[in-house]
Design a protein around this ligand. Structure first.
Ligand SMILES: C[S@@+](CC[C@H](N)C(=O)[O-])C[C@H]1O[C@@H](n2cnc3c(N)ncnc32)[C@H](O)[C@@H]1O
Length: 287
């Protein structure tokens, strides 16, 4: 059977999954003109999700505008880990723990849970946790105005613009149950090796983590004890290679670190827990 012209155009532009992509573009376009424009933009190299205007994440459609970081499927593992922690399952081994394999979870209920999605981008993590945790209060923040605009469409909660913790309301200090932060973590010297879709169409501020990729992670870890509730958790995605240094940064900030990995999603998440005593020290310092 002859290939459709759209599939042929996408394939010629180097799209490996041209047939699947054509199906999604056809299903999303509202007119032949719009479809033509979408195929054109995809063939020019824009990430599929930015062309469609949405990305699938934890079963949700997350609105993604051009120029905003596209939520990755591997980050669903961070959401799974957060849900395990919110549900109170103590499947996490005592530190220094071995690697944990993640299991998908359903909805959990935790009245009074406060969730913060820091460096939220389009707000995929915050949206997924809001959908999965009944009665949670959800807050999100990002430095990039385009990301914040997107997150306001996706997160049923409060979304702020600014540098890390600076825009969050002070009333959250010492009360956050889950602080999720998928920060930029690509080492500056490795940005040139990213796929062109990311390099050309996602903002540098969403990718560049400094010389070893951990600049933003260190800042987030250092600030976390001021914001976490006693027993609260900070979750940050890293690469497997970065995990030992990231764990050291968590420890230096007074958080008890554990590493969780998913072979299926090629994901590594650092989980830092604020023990009761450490929280009192942070509160004293803040006074
Ligand atoms: C890797 S992207 C992740 C976005 C989103 N969390 C996700 O998983 O799809 C990192 C995000 O961090 C934001 N960011 C970088 N530096 C920041 C800072 N100093 N304060 C707040 N947000 C920052 C970027 O704008 C970008 O949206």
């Amino acid at each position: 059977m002859a290939e459709s012209p759209i599939v042929a155009r996408l394939r010629a532009a180097g799209c490996v999954f041209a047939e699947d992509e054509a199906g999604l573009l056809i299903a999303t376009a509202r007119s032949p003109e719009e479809l033509d424009a979408m195929v054109e933009r995809r063939a020019a190299g824009l990430p599929l999700e930015q062309v469609l205007g949405w990305a699938e994440f934890c079963g949700l459609r997350i609105a993604v505008e051009p120029g905003v970081f596209v939520p990755r499927r591997r980050t669903e593992f961070l959401v799974e880990q957060a849900l395990l922690l919110i549900r109170g399952d103590s499947i996490l081994p005592d530190p220094p723990g071995p690697v944990i394999q993640g299991e998908p979870l359903g909805t959990v209920a935790r009245p009074g849970a406060i969730v913060v999605d820091l460096c939220c981008g389009a707000g995929a993590i915050g949206a997924a946790l809001a959908a999965a945790v009944a009665h949670a209060e959800v807050y999100a923040a990002d430095v990039d105005p385009a990301a914040v605009r997107c997150a306001r469409r996706n997160v049923p909660g409060h979304v702020y613009q600014g540098d890390l913790y600076q825009p969050l309301p002070a009333l959250l200090r010492g009360r956050v149950t889950i602080l999720a932060a998928n920060v930029p973590y690509v080492p500056t010297g490795e940005i040139a090796f990213l796929p062109p879709e990311a390099r050309a169409h996602e903002p540098r501020v969403a990718l560049d983590g400094g010389p070893d990729g951990l600049d933003v992670l260190r800042r987030v870890a250092a600030g976390a004890p001021d914001w976490l509730a006693p027993g609260g958790h900070l979750l940050i995605e890293t690469s497997e290679r970065q995990a030992p240094l990231a764990a050291a940064a968590f420890e230096a900030s007074g958080l008890t670190p554990q590493v969780a990995t998913s072979a299926d999603l090629s994901a590594t998440v650092l989980i830092g827990t604020l023990e009761q005593a450490a929280q009192s020290v942070a509160a004293d310092k803040a006074r």
